[in-house]
Design a protein around this ligand. Sequence first.
Ligand SMILES: Cc1cc2nc3c(=O)[nH]c(=O)nc-3n(C[C@H](O)[C@H](O)[C@H](O)COP(=O)(O)O)c2cc1C
Length: 253
Amino acid sequence: MILYFSATGNSEYVAKNIAYINNDQTVDMSFYLKSNQIMDLTSDSPYLVVCPIYISTLPTIIIELLKKSKLNGNKNIYFIMTCAGSGVSGADAFIRPLVKDMGLIYRGVEHLSMPQNYLMFFTVKNKEENDIKMQEAISKIPALADKIKNNLDFNMDKVDFMHKISIKPVIWMFDKFFIKPKKFYIKDGCISCSICVNSCPLNNIKLIDGKPIWGKSCVHCTACINRCPKKVIEYGKKTLDKNRYVAIKFKEN
Ligand SMILES: Cc1cc2nc3c(=O)[nH]c(=O)nc-3n(C[C@H](O)[C@H](O)[C@H](O)COP(=O)(O)O)c2cc1C
């Protein structure tokens, strides 16, 4: 069973592609985040978690969701982190204790380098460059699916000690000082379509008088700002004149 979280579609693409190759099923963890429900699931096949890297590791909301979940049946769990950079860096330091808490067997973590979506701090590339990066990532998906099918481990390297102790304060500082939901605003041209409201995994956006208003529980996933069809959502000055990014959808063929 493949559990995925995806703000702009990279991780969703990977999850659905592997499900197609391995004849497995996908579960969108956003449903559980939005409805504040515990995941109580049973799978014959190994579990695979696919989600983006946030500040070198699993998004905190996914760690919290997995911690309180009941994953029954198969005891094995694999992880694929999609990222814009070139590695999973600190993820292992968070995933190992999490898997232990969950009473499951850790089968390793792999990363797939995909287009950047974090436009509040980085540049989102143009369509041509994103297409090339996406195709490179897509070409690596069958080998990962094969490993799971053949019961082989993913990468089991342990993160080095210095990285392990430095990463927690970095994430704490990021959550506390860098995420400022008050900085979101809309320019002229909002059509009240509610795509931002529906795409927020934490139900943090409400339409008031037809216009989106952000609450306090943002994690900077970028779903709202990247998915706005009119590109009228901005975050302070950091996102002005920048490209937006939404991944292509996986299609069975
Ligand atoms: C809040 C946030 C933090 C991020 N941190 C990292 C990071 O530390 N390293 C990295 O390579 N990419 C980072 N990224 C980029 C995403 O991991 C990458 O674009 C991912 O594939 C997006 O997946 P999605 O489309 O499934 O949401 C970050 C993105 C966001 C929104």
